[in-house]
Design a protein around this ligand. Structure first.
Ligand SMILES: Nc1ncnc2c1ncn2[C@@H]1O[C@H](COP(=O)(O)OP(=O)(O)O)[C@@H](O)[C@H]1O
Ligand SMILES: [Mg+2]
Length: 288
């Protein structure tokens, strides 16, 4: 510990913070200071495509030459490991600050509760403080290294996990809200926007997923969950609309088989839409 850290340490000890907590807070600060841009992916509802968007965003950024960390903060239902073909991945034990996330290729690292469970079918039955504790450890004890992006995937809703992430990552650039086009999902999307306002996290924009479907037999457009609702809601809520991703059955197969869709089907309309959304999120940023 250098002198500044020592002073800080003593100060907080006097203030009642226990030394272990204090060191953990320092490690989180150190880890986060080495990551340039941080986003979280949220939704009001489950099954709308958050993990799909998070995994494809992370994979596409890594393919473009950025260094990326994907933090799966869905403690009860971690799916990133499966969607990246690493369901069998396990974390090697180590000392705080020295444990490594799982590497998926040279520029993408992922960390998920799935890597800590003995059996993928095991249920995690934890209350808020325990979940906050594990998210803290994910941010403090693991060596994320220098990264261009951190993408945080979250469970649906406005509960403990997004709240913990927002508290622990104070310089979050913003939330990417995923919704499907029908009214019931949009109502939850609106709650998400209200949530971000209450916890003072910016909104990057809204993605309308599962928006329309092109029949592979006749080419006719079928609106399974309708379309356009997300865009209208974004306008009404005064937040940026990032784009529409159509339904594509190959996306389900890609997810189940553990290959990011943007890599496997770059020509698909849904992949084009995803890339366009990513371009809006990243802006003019270029890998160095
Ligand atoms: N645009 C899409 N077209 C077809 N299937 C999709 C699309 N987006 C997501 N899916 C599928 O829907 C299911 C739920 O997606 P997921 O990303 O797990 O949602 P969430 O993380 O919001 O619960 C997955 O099987 C995924 O492959
Ligand atoms: Mg998910």
């Amino acid at each position: 510990m250098d002198q500044k850290q020592q002073n800080d340490f003593d100060l907080h000890r006097r203030g009642g913070e226990d030394p272990e907590q204090h060191l953990q807070r320092l490690r989180i600060g150190e880890n986060l200071s080495r990551i340039k841009r941080k986003f979280m992916v949220i939704s009001g509802k489950g099954g709308v495509g958050k993990t799909t968007v998070a995994v494809n965003l992370a994979a596409a950024l890594a393919a473009d030459g950025f260094t990326v960390g994907l933090l799966d903060a869905d403690i009860h239902g971690p799916n990133t490991a499966l969607m990246l073909g690493r369901e069998e991945g396990r974390i090697e034990p180590g000392r705080p600050g020295e444990i490594k996330p799982i590497e998926i290729g040279p520029r993408l690292k992922v960390l998920s509760m799935a890597f800590l469970l003995g059996d993928p079918g095991q249920a995690v039955i934890w209350r808020g403080p325990l979940k906050m504790g594990v998210i803290k450890q994910f941010l403090s004890d693991f060596q994320w290294g220098d990264l261009d992006f951190l993408v945080v995937d979250l469970p649906p809703g406005t509960g403990d996990e997004p709240l913990s992430v927002a508290q622990l990552i104070p310089d979050l650039e913003g939330a990417i809200i995923v919704t499907t086009p029908q009214k019931v999902a949009l109502l939850d999307g609106r709650k998400c926007v209200d949530f971000t306002r209450q916890i003072k996290v910016g909104v990057v924009g809204l993605v309308e997923n599962m928006s329309g479907f092109s029949c592979p037999h006749c080419g006719k457009e079928i609106e399974i969950f309708k379309s356009g609702g997300g865009e209208a809601a974004a306008k009404e809520l005064g937040i940026p609309f990032l784009g529409r991703i159509p339904l594509d059955p190959r996306m389900v197969i890609s997810g189940d088989e553990g290959h990011p869709f943007v890599d496997g089907h770059p020509e698909a309309e849904a992949a084009r839409a995803l890339r366009e959304i990513i371009r809006k999120i990243v802006g003019e940023d270029k890998p160095v």
